[in-house]
Design a protein. Structure first.
Length: 649
């Protein structure tokens, strides 16, 4: 071999070695490997693999050929073979960083994420600045729920390559998972500053703003993502959800349907469309949407639960059978099993199979309760603090405080106590706008007064002045008037506002406050049967804790009646069901409203109802839920014991 040929062979070997992570490659294999790599890079996988295997015939332990043949197996979807081939490459060359990275990718495809993470870590241990391995490691760590470690990896990636747009996006997504919305916004804005046409970054900003509660900003970002990518189904779906939160239900429906035009098998959009149609009272159409969601993603429990909520079962049918079949699947996650348990509980109660219904409901509640930490003792101390703070002397001191406006009608009490029914009756009156469950009051109080359970709250409140209360009341009125400027009265039906009655009196002394009451046993049973989509109902998923919470609520309501005599109007659910007209007249009289027959036909009123009772208020008043607790007397014993003890005490 002459000197020029030797130099050519050496260059071929160097080229092959470069593709093999710097490994030594014999000159005899260099030319074949380089031709194989050329085929591989051009997408001619069969030709490339034939040449890799030609090398392996003469040298079965050749690490470059094993690794790259394994890569082809991975690209072809044969990840078991990929793991075998790349594993053999690593036996031959344990410090082969590229092979460790490729092995991680194949393992990840197989769902073996712990092993994949270990492979990516090995790659990084041999080459600390290995950008792709760090990026891949971050992705698999996120899948494993090791979010803080994933953040650290992506921060290292961005030090190595500050303009890596996907890394900025992924880091933003993980920060959202961690609840660090402001930091996520910074990440996505960094990506947008480097490429204003990066639709995924605008979408990420939309998600971060939505999670933060900045809904108008979320709308703007989702719309920008859709300008850049009109076929962006996720952005269209999320925009629909924000419109739903803003009360624009027609806009939400349009968005979900547009998403489904782009992606007809989009199960989440089918489910979301069903939820909006349910709020609009279109129950048959809602059921059709939930069934479509199930068709396209049959392993998800949530659309089954939603379908059960809008269905009145009279026979054991295919829908119940489908839920039971999925519930029995051994690989079903606890989250999906939880949704199905609530759905099956509802179905079997409809069929009057109460013992079976309660077994499912108890399972659903137990699974939900296992997902969070909660201390009823802490809440007991906090409620006690409210009673100590809001005294008769405090209200006497500030008796002339607050913003004078009669528009607000607060409807409050325990969830499932009849608040939705009462609002629907009032919203049927031409002088009343039913605004539903509003976060306006709680957000305003947090902003102006801080947490009502904070140690400093009582002292700050007592140091306040009348002007401060008046300004807060004025802000509330300005916000609700954005919802309706044309009617005298606006309802705010947030049940948990019973905690804020003292502040309502201070900032809005002319507001009406309607307290919905119900037999505690039926009330608590109804709560147990319900899956709450909103956070905060941590007391609701354990029989004993629910009883203790109800006792705290009842005690606090007694306090409000004591320090604010005559301020609250109690309306008993059972009395309303027994004599709808008489109680409706009393309700309208308290609100100083003229009689209107439409209030008796509340179920015909066309409006959005965004609560678990949205299906029920589309029907005339029914009595089947009164004394329903008696059907479950034995199963409810832990709850009844707590309620009985506190009743006696």
């Amino acid at each position: 071999m002459n000197r020029a040929e030797k130099r050519r062979q050496q260059k071929l070997a160097e080229k092959a070695a470069k593709k093999g992570g710097g490994l030594a490659v014999s000159q005899g294999h260099a030319q074949v490997l380089n031709h194989a790599v050329d085929h591989h890079q051009a997408g001619r996988l069969r030709d490339a693999d034939r040449l890799y295997r030609q090398v392996l015939k003469s040298d079965p332990a050749q690490p470059v050929a094993l690794n790259l043949s394994g890569v082809i197996a991975h690209q072809s979807g044969n990840n078991e073979l990929a793991v075998d081939l790349i594993g053999k490459a690593l036996v031959a060359q344990p410090d082969y960083d590229e092979a460790h990275n490729n092995l991680g990718l194949a393992l990840q495809e197989l769902g073996r994420n712990e092993e994949a993470a270990a492979s990516f870590m090995k790659a990084v241990s041999f080459k600390p600045d290995y950008l792709n391995a760090l990026y891949n490691l971050a992705n698999v760590l996120r899948d494993l729920g090791r979010l803080n470690e994933a953040v650290t990896c992506l921060e290292r990636v961005l030090v190595l390559k500050p303009d890596f747009l996907e890394a900025h996006k992924n880091l933003g997504n993980i920060l959202i998972d961690l609840g660090k919305f402001e930091e996520a916004i910074v990440c996505f804005k960094n990506a947008v500053s480097r490429n204003a046409d990066f639709a995924e970054a605008h979408y990420g900003l939309g998600v971060a703003f939505e999670k933060k509660g900045a809904l108008e900003e979320a709308v703007e970002r989702y719309q920008q993502a859709l300008i850049l990518r009109p076929d962006y189904a996720d952005a269209r779906n999320n925009l629909g959800t924000v419109y739903k939160e803003l009360g624009n239900l027609d806009g939400a429906v349009d968005c979900y349907r547009a998403a489904l035009l782009v992606k007809p098998d989009y199960a989440r959009a089918h489910n979301n469309l069903g939820l909006v149609l349910e709020e609009l009272g279109q129950l048959k159409e809602a059921a059709d949407s939930f069934r479509s969601a199930i068709t396209h993603d049959p392993d998800k429990g949530e659309p089954h639960r939603n379908l059960a909520n809008v269905t009145k079962f009279s026979d054991y049918d295919a829908d119940i059978q489908s839920m039971e079949d999925l519930y029995a699947h051994p690989d079903l996650s606890d989250e999906q099993r939880m949704h199905l348990a609530f759905g099956l509980g509802k179905a079997f109660e409809d069929l009057k199979e109460y013992e079976k219904a309660f077994e499912f409901l108890l399972t659903g509640n137990t699974l939900k309760r296992s997902t969070f930490e909660f201390s009823i003792r802490k809440l007991e101390s906090e409620f006690k603090g409210l009673k100590t703070t809001f005294t008769k002397s405090l209200f006497k001191k500030f008796q002339k405080a607050g913003f004078s406006d009669e528009a607000p009608i607060f409807i409050l009490g325990m969830p499932r106590s009849g608040t939705t029914l009462v609002e629907q009756i009032l919203a049927s009156h031409p002088s009343v706008y039913g605004a539903g469950e509003l976060e306006i009051l709680s957000n305003l109080i947090k902003k102006e007064f801080g947490s009502i359970f904070a140690p400093e709250f009582a002292g700050d409140l007592k140091q306040g002045d009348a002007e401060r209360f008046s300004e807060a009341g004025g802000q509330y009125i300005a916000e609700i008037r954005k919802l309706s400027a044309n009617v005298p009265f606006i309802t705010d039906k947030m049940p948990q506002n019973f905690q804020y009655i003292g502040l309502i009196k201070l900032i809005l002394p002319q507001a009406r406050v309607i307290h919905c009451c119900r037999d505690p046993r039926d009330n608590c049973l109804s709560i147990l049967k319900n899956y709450f989509t909103a956070d905060g109902h941590y007391y609701a998923y354990d029989l004993s804790e629910l009883g203790q919470y109800y006792t705290l609520y009842r005690d606090l309501m007694a306090h409000w009646h004591h320090v604010l005599p005559g301020y609250l109007f109690d309306i008993q659910y059972e009395a309303l069901v027994r004599d709808q007209e008489m109680m409706t007249r009393k309700l309208l009289e308290f609100c100083e409203l003229e009689w209107d027959d439409a209030c008796l036909s509340f179920h015909k009123t066309k409006r959005s109802v965004q609560t678990a009772s949205s299906a029920q208020v589309r029907r005339p008043i029914y009595k089947s839920s009164v004394k329903l607790w008696e059907r479950y007397k034995l199963q409810l014993e832990p709850l009844l014991e707590v309620l009985g003890k506190n009743e006696q005490g």
